[in-house]
Design a protein around this ligand. Structure first.
Ligand code: ZN
Length: 135
């Protein structure tokens, strides 16, 4: 499961990619609308990705706390400017990562009813009634 999450694979079959571009690309990150393997529609409901903003916020806070504590441990500095500059840089550098993984975490852990289905990882995915409704 962690491998699928890290590689940003489809949460249902773990075969198809969620994103059409790598984490750090100058053209920005493009998502696939559907899983290329099991045809899962990634945006589960209208406004679904809005929820990912809250996940992204939580990631940002966790990263800032981690880096602030690490910075204090390494430098022992109390200069606010050092912290502001480093943390802004960290947030800027990590923003593509946060964008990507806030959505992956939402799909993997925060979406009821969406989970790994081994039958869909086969080369010929099992079709269910839900697929008929989705299509
Ligand atoms: Zn899939």
């Amino acid at each position: 499961m962690m491998v699928g999450l890290i590689k940003a694979k489809c949460p249902r079959c773990r075969r198809g990619d969620i994103f059409a571009s790598p984490t750090y690309s100058f053209s920005g990150q493009k998502m696939h609308d559907r899983c290329s393997h099991c045809n899962l529609y990634y945006e589960r409901e209208p406004g679904y990705w809005y929820v990912a903003m809250f996940v992204s916020y939580a990631l940002n806070v966790a990263e800032m706390v981690t880096f602030a504590v690490g910075l204090h441990t390494l430098t022992g500095s109390n200069s606010p400017w050092l912290y502001v500059c480093v943390l802004l840089g960290v947030i800027f550098i990590l923003s593509p990562f946060n964008y990507r993984y806030s959505r992956v975490i939402l799909l993997y852990w925060l979406t009821p009813g969406l989970h790994y289905e081994p039958g869909r990882a086969l080369d010929k995915p099992v079709q269910t009634q839900q697929d008929q409704n989705d299509n």
